[in-house]
Ligand binder design. Sequence first.
Ligand code: PBG
Ligand code: ZN
Length: 325
Amino acid sequence: MPFPIHRPRRLRKNENIRRLVRETTLSVNDFIYPIFIEDGQNIKSEIQSMPGIYRYSIDRLSEELDEVSELNIPAVLLFGIPSEKDAVGSDTWSEEGIIQRAVRFIKENYPDLYVITDVCFCEYTEHGHCGVLCNHDVENDITLENTKKQVVSHAKAGADMVAPSGMMDGVVKAIREALDEAGFSNIPIMSYSAKYASAYYGPFREAAESTPAFGDRRTYQMDPANRREALKEVSLDIEEGADIVMVKPALAYLDIISDIRKNFNVPVAAYNVSGEYSMVKAAGKLGWIDEEKVIIETLTSIKRAGADIIITYHAKEVAKLLKGC
Ligand code: PBG
Ligand code: ZN
């Protein structure tokens, strides 16, 4: 029985009825905030293409963490920029590595903050690729061996969760085994399961100094044209023991988020990446969009598509908006 019996506008009459029928709401509980930590002293340097996002040295990290705790953001995702890079990224498994020191600092001073470490090599290798090179490509299985060392060392430093982002085959299984053997069977894995070879990572690579010196990441990250393959990647990761699966980037891949939500029963995370952030900030600066509204609408769309968790550089500003301050 269509119009005039049905008039959907009845339920849009005013904000109160709209609140009652709203299907998706954002909450600070949804967010993970990424933080860049650089080796050195007294550093707080803004990333040019990401206004409001900084690289911090550990001695100034509290400026960021105080705010994150104050805003009740549940978790941070750490990226490290070491002072020395080498061919294999050995800083990633050093007890005195940048991430290991940062995790110890955070756990000592902010024991309640949930600390997730990004597990990869591109910020730590001279060539900027996500693993050990062999014939100008990343060698999968050798990289897995180094990944095992990296995660155990993150766990020893006190990380609450590890998040492998290199898209190596079998990485979740390798990590699960390594953690279990080392006595960390309670540490969960959030896998970057469907990570696309995307141009939206541009600003991040400036921030993390992780641009590949030659070539691209298309032999390990997914082809943006592929949809079914994401389900295959996710099902492999879940079989291997992933606790949370991630889609990255978020906005150009909402169909992937939705597919994964429908097909699997694990929590789904979506990474609202650097390029997505930069575009909103740039248009906002120019006065071409209402920045706050666009941010809320964007993050709502990611949640509506099916994400349980949103990794976003907007986390602090949205937490403030949601609090009404
Ligand atoms: C590294 C990594 C990247 C991002 C997270 N981890 C970049 C890449 O794959 O080149 C991107 C994050 C962002 O753009 O915000 N493996
Ligand atoms: Zn990488």
